[in-house]
Design a protein around this ligand. Structure first.
Ligand SMILES: CC(C)(COP(=O)(O)OP(=O)(O)OC[C@H]1O[C@@H](n2cnc3c(N)ncnc32)[C@H](O)[C@@H]1OP(=O)(O)O)[C@@H](O)C(=O)NCCC(=O)NCCS
Length: 378
């Protein structure tokens, strides 16, 4: 049976995350995302994803201390990043830097459960540091050392901007991290699981997952959404722009989903954030434009916004550069990738699907002097 794009194909059991597409529900380890977004913090959610239950106070304190202790990135990796072109795409830099981290980790080639858990902690702590460094290096700004007293969310914003965020920004960003942490067998997570299913290493899997996330059909959509809003720029032009895009059969980034057939529950929170942050920062126009787009796409195509639609305008009014939205997705999703890599290693079987061959059969080798140019095939 052929399932193009592996649509609806179940390739493994997993106890980490459930996406109920018809009901618009997202569940981490049995807990609904709405409850986590309202009550948890990101560090608790990482612990939940990796260990299967919420931590006690003592467990959470120890876990946070472990993350904080691993925030620094080896100097060699920072030196390497300094040699990259300033114009390099942040996701490409992140992918390369993640791969290079392996050279400076004695655990890199050790696929035991203990070593993999240590790598999960290091990579989750260091991805935030790498993304902040990408932004500052390309702007020729000095790097900001991580602060031990700040949460993962606050410390990231501090390393990025040089000043600690206020409580509202920290809380908003923390919720964004919770919402993006995991999403079952999405493309980048599946990439990571597929890579380690060959018993390749954790760093290689995360580098591959970064490449997968960067595509505009996946995590790259949030940047594309903001680019579209900036291109439209004039509120009076939104309707005409979208009508024209639909008439010319263009895809509108930030809409549609392989699994959700109703509202993406993450979009519910991000819509609210986009509205309140827009009002708070005196830039309500991006939310208003997004609303017009949402209504039009819903009416004309029956499609709902996904996680990437309202995160774009929310991040924009927080002052985050557009091409950092996808790396910020990775700052969160590294937690989900890690959970899945640990689960894959714990119960591994090589992931190796089949293709339905549609090429020719019974072709014979022609000596080079007897060949005529054939039309190129893909
Ligand atoms: C997410 C996505 C890749 C899912 O893809 P999929 O399950 O393979 O669905 P398809 O791309 O085959 O789309 C099915 C139909 O809906 C249409 N469609 C899907 N998403 C659309 C969008 N964002 N804008 C306009 N039309 C869209 C397709 O054109 C197609 O129509 P057709 O059958 O008339 O050709 C797809 O919805 C998309 O490209 N969205 C935009 C990118 C995005 O926001 N990605 C982030 C996902 S969280």
């Amino acid at each position: 049976m052929l399932n193009k794009g592996l649509e609806d194909v179940v390739v493994a059991t997993s106890a980490i995350c459930d996406v109920k597409g018809d009901e618009g529900r997202l569940i981490y380890r049995g807990i609904d995302i709405h409850e986590l977004a309202e009550r948890a913090n990101f560090e608790e959610v990482i612990y939940l994803l990796w260990h299967g239950s919420l931590p006690t106070t003592a467990q959470l304190d120890a876990f946070k201390a472990d993350l904080v202790a691993h925030r620094a990135v080896p100097a060699q990796v920072i030196d390497l990043m300094k040699t990259f072109p300033k114009s390099a795409q942040p996701m490409d830099v992140l992918r390369t830097a993640v791969s290079a981290l392996a050279f400076y980790d004695a655990d890199a080639g050790d696929n035991s459960a203990e070593a993999n858990m240590r790598k999960a902690i290091k990579l989750t702590a260091q991805t935030a540091t790498l993304v902040a460094a990408i932004e500052r290096l390309r702007k020729d700004q000095p790097l900001v050392e991580p602060r031990k007293d700040l949460s993962h969310a606050a410390n990231f914003l501090y390393m990025l901007t040089g000043s600690a965020p206020d409580e509202v920004s920290e809380k908003t960003f923390d919720i964004a991290l919770i919402l993006h942490a995991d999403h079952e067998f999405n493309a980048s997570t599946f990439t990571a699981r597929q890579i380690v299913s060959t018993l390749a290493d954790f760093y290689g899997a995360v580098a591959g997952a970064c490449a997968s996330l960067s595509g505009p059909l996946h995590g790259g959509a949030n940047t594309a959404v903001m680019e579209m809003l900036l291109k439209i720029s004039d509120e009076t032009q939104v309707q005409a722009f979208i009508d024209d895009a639909l008439a010319t059969k263009q895809k509108i980034m930030g809409f549609g989903h392989r699994v959700y057939k109703t509202e993406d529950p993450r979009a519910t929170h991000l819509r609210r954030m986009s509205e309140s942050l827009g009002a708070r920062t005196g830039q309500p126009q991006w939310y208003r434009m997004s609303q017009v787009i949402e209504k039009t796409i819903k009416d004309k195509k029956g499609l709902n916004p996904n996680v990437d639609f309202y995160s774009a305008s929310a991040y924009y009014v927080m002052g985050i550069p557009t091409d950092l939205y996808t790396p910020i997705f990775a700052v969160s999703r590294i937690s989900g990738w890690s959970a899945h890599i640990l689960e894959q290693f714990a119960n591994n079987r090589l992931i190796r699907p089949r293709a339905e061959y549609i090429g020719p059969l019974d072709v014979h080798y022609t000596p080079i002097d007897q060949r005529s140019p054939a039309p190129a095939t893909v």
